[in-house]
Structure formats: C-alpha cells, structure tokens
Write a protein that binds this ligand. Sequence first.
Ligand SMILES: [Zn+2]
Length: 480
Amino acid sequence: MDVAPPALSTVPPLDAVLAAAQVEFEEHPVTRMLVFLPDAIGTALCRDFQSELALVEMETQVRVELRSMVPAKTPVCFASMFTGALPDAHGIRRYERPVLVCDTLFDALARAGRRVAIVAVRESSMDTIFRNRDIDYYSEDDDSAVESRASGLIEQDRHDLVVAYQQAYDDCLHRTSHRSPEALAAFRRHLADFNSLAFMAGMFWGRHDHALLFAPDHGAHDDAAGRGTHGDNIPDDMEVTHFWGLRAESRLRRERLMQRLGESRLRSARLRAAGLMPAHPVRDRQLPGDRPMKILFLGDSLTEGTVGSGFIPFLDDFIPHHNHDYVNLGANGDTIGGLRRRAEALDQSVRGDAAFVWIGTNDVLMHPDWQDNAEQAEADYAALLAAVKPRVRRLWSVAPLIASQARAAEFKHALDRSAEMMRRVAEGAGATWVDLAPVFSEQPEHDYTIDGAHLGPDGARLVAGWLIGLIDNFACGGPA
Ligand SMILES: [Zn+2]
C-alpha cells in the first residue's frame, strides 16, 4: 500500500507475495485491502479439509506457509502480525491483552493518511489490543455481524484497509474438540464468509487495485482429555497457511466482473448442494433472490424505459426464479423537482423493502452550468429522499448518468456538481450512494445509448447487472 513498515518491524516482506504482486500490479501499490482473520485455523485443518478450502482458493492465488508465534495464543500472534516484531519487542508474551502502545501497522497506515477499519467480535483480542489509534473500530456481537459489517464497509468504499476478525471456530474447539462437528461447521462458516467478502470486494473495489488476505493466527490440537486447545510448540498449533488474493483493476474490467457474478453464484449453489456452505446460525444466508422483496424504482426515462431500453426487465435475467416485485415509478422527462412532487404525493400504502432513486439527468441537460438551479435542486433532492426513506428499509441514491462518454464530457461540469451535491445529501439522509458512470467509462469507445442519453439494450443490461449486485447483497441479509 506504499506505506513505510511500522517502527519495530524486523521481518522481510514475503517473496512469493512480492513476486505475484509484481506480475499482477507491476509497480502500482494496492489501494484497497481486506485482511480476514479467522481464529485458530491451522495448516493441518486446511490440509485435511482441502475441498472446503476451495472457497478460499478460488479467490486467492498465493499460498504462504508460515510459523505462528510462541506461545501460539491469539493476542501474541496478532501483536506480532501487525507490528512485524517478536513478542519480546512488542511486549505481549503470553495470553494477556493490554492496549499496545508500540508502533503498529495501523499507526503506519494512519500516519500515511490511509483509512483503516477493524471489525471484530466485541472484547476479542483484535477488538482490544489495537485501540487508541486514529482508525475506525467496529465491535460486533458475533461472527455473522462481523461479516455483515465488513461487507457493508466494502460496499461503502470509505476505507483503504478493512480488517475482519472472526472467532467461532476457536470458541467451539475450546468447548468441544478441534475436529468436533460443531467446530468444523464454524470452520466452514469462516471459509464461506471470506468467500462472500471476496465477492463483495470484486463488486465494490473493482475500480481499485486490491488485495485479499486470509490470515489465521495459529492452529489447534486436542489435549489428553480430548478437549481442543492451542499454545504448544507443535506443528498442529504452529503451522499456519496464509492465502493472498491480488486483483488488478485492469484485470477486473466490467465484463469480467459480470462473468464472475454468474460464476460465483453457480459455485455457491454447487457448494451449497454439496453441503459445504452451511446456513448461517443467526441469519440464514439464503441464495440471492430466495427472499421475495418489493423494490421501488423512482426516476425518469432511464427508469421508465419506454424510450430505448429499460433496465428493469433485465433484472430477471440475473436472478432467475426469484419472486422480487419491481415497481416502476419512472416518468419520462422527470426532474429532481418533479420527482420530489410525485414522491410527496404518493399514497402512504406505496412501500417496499428497498428503493432506488435515480434522477437528475434531465436537470443536468437543462442546466449545464449548474448555477441558478443549484440551490433549489438541493432542497428538492433532500425533500425527495426524505419522502422515500420512511417507505423502505434500504434506499439507494443513484447519480445522474449520461452514458455516452462524448456527451458526458460536454456536461462534465453539471454532472460533477450535481453528483457532489446528491452524494452529500444522500449520505446525510442515510441513503447509499451509487454512481454508475465508472461502469460506462470502462469501455469509452462503446456507446451504450441510442441517442447519447437513453440506453440501448446493452446499456440497460449493464445497469441491471450492477444494480442486481446491490439487491442481491441486500436480499442476502447484507448491511442495512
Ligand atoms: Zn483459542
């Protein structure tokens, strides 16, 4: 990430990772990274349950064999992993959990202006020992909440590094044994959650060179009484395998992502069928589309879809056999002010699970200087979102779009200013900001429109493919 290592770091970089990064990224530093920390998943477990590990391997390309710390206890390990120092140097030499005062990777990143989020189960080592840094901490009730939170952070794309710590396998092995059915089920959930987060990174960090790391702290074994434990200097406890996924933005072009979307859904279905992807203990992780939802689409002609092609009919293509109810509230020629009035006049019975508000393109076309209209547009937009928000659990606010790149360049000033305003208002209103412009600019030579503004079938399909990813994650119980 182009940041100097923390002060105490004495370990050299991992050659295999550097070599792969050179191939994937050439000289570019990565600008996003997910570090996933499943507690107590040792190399022996990975070796003995090789087929399950496909969930991690399919998202990563470098495997690094490492030795844990002595003693192989979680705080000792994480203190070493995030300082690059041995226990004597960072000071955590046994199972104890003081807040580290020495320099850590998180300090190094914060110094360099990078934004870091640590998402961990409340009161775990990861939650406690790295406190008091200029980074964001998310303490969650359980692994499921950690996955949801991390997933939402990736979607929001506000952090350069997202660290997600889960502990159910470790909890189970101490209660039972390290290969008990309960512990193995937890192990599989860790793998499935990593897979989900990797998928989210592909969807929402696709515009960044990014890296994924699956990095357990230590392994485990059973004691003489048959109870799971760890902390001995033996291979079962000491050997860990870390998996690195490196993904260059250039390789993750839209087409590739679309393909991955289809493939990964197929793989999930197969893994589920093989019993390798268990239902979540807290919220059942159904396959996308299993839970029927009502989704409102408020907008202009891009939504109505009678000039050129509408994207709503294509939504069905991406999640077959679903029962979502899509309500088309698009109206040709509508503006921010017009949609505000329509939304405020909607009957109270018009409600849904989620809504997309996609408006502003006509305003941009009418006000290329975005000057005299700016103040009214902002007031109208705030009122519009306020009128829709109480009707749904999830609100997406979509930026004005001129899909033709040549035409978009002409209106760049108004597009930029309107998007800046709408994003700000959306964030204040608790809506999630969605900008489709980068999706279209990835193939600048291709015109997805019929007239510079209205979408043709391939443009509508591209929009549908992108929006379905959001719907999908929401349907799967993603972050609210
Ligand atoms: Zn433990």
